[in-house]
Design a protein around this ligand. Structure first.
Ligand SMILES: [Zn+2]
Length: 205
């Protein structure tokens, strides 16, 4: 697969464009900003974006969603348990000095164990509550898109509504750490890592 990372939006979230080189079918993982650079890359790779997959509903991962979705003509998938965040997106925006938006539309809900097939790629949905109730990771072969559940050396914050440290600890230790050590982690912010590295050096869980 081809993975392109874009740092986008007011809190520097990572958005990933993942393209199947065999069919050019693609997904965008999270959509923090309607960014020309992302659209240009889609054109350059001749990619056909089928879905936008959301790792969770926090505003800094969905700000570009509506415009991008319309531009690409694709649908948006998310876990239903994060709908509160999408519907109430404007509650947090003023605190971050971000202009209000129309709450974006979610087309389809996904849940633990679902397989999303795009071209010859199969994304497995892994439910990982803790950062939010509806947080999920997407596993594609040996690459894990971990959203704000697991970062390099730390885990996502649990102090916002629906957050739970006990849940994130369980999600990381008992679910994600069961994956192979070689699994690459593409997180929702900051640098990439591997499961093996996190098992050894992540002291937060
Ligand atoms: Zn978040």
């Amino acid at each position: 697969m081809i993975i392109k990372q874009f740092v986008a939006g007011p809190i520097d979230a990572n958005n990933y464009l993942v393209v199947d080189p065999k069919t050019c079918d693609a997904v965008l993982i999270d959509c923090s900003e309607y960014k020309k650079e992302i659209l240009q890359e889609i054109i350059d790779l001749d990619a056909n974006v089928k879905h936008i997959l959301l790792t969770h509903g926090h505003f800094d991962h969905i700000l570009g969603l509506d415009k991008m979705r319309k531009e690409l003509g694709c649908d948006v998938l998310m876990n239903e348990k994060d709908m509160w965040w999408v519907e109430n997106v404007n509650k947090l925006l003023p605190q971050f000095d971000v202009a209000e938006i129309v709450p974006p539309k979610i087309d389809k809900f996904i849940s633990d164990g679902d397989i999303i097939t795009v071209g010859t790629m199969n994304f497995k949905v892994i439910s990982t509550p803790g950062h939010t109730k509806g947080s999920v990771c997407y596993l594609l072969e040996n690459v894990l898109f971990s959203g704000d559940t697991l970062f390099r050396g730390c885990v996502g914050r649990c102090d916002l509504p629906g957050g739970s440290f006990d849940e994130i600890k369980h999600s990381v230790r008992d679910v994600l750490f069961k994956l192979q050590d070689e699994t690459t982690i593409c997180p929702g912010h900051s640098a990439s890592s591997t499961i093996g590295y996190e098992k050894k050096y992540n002291n937060e869980v």
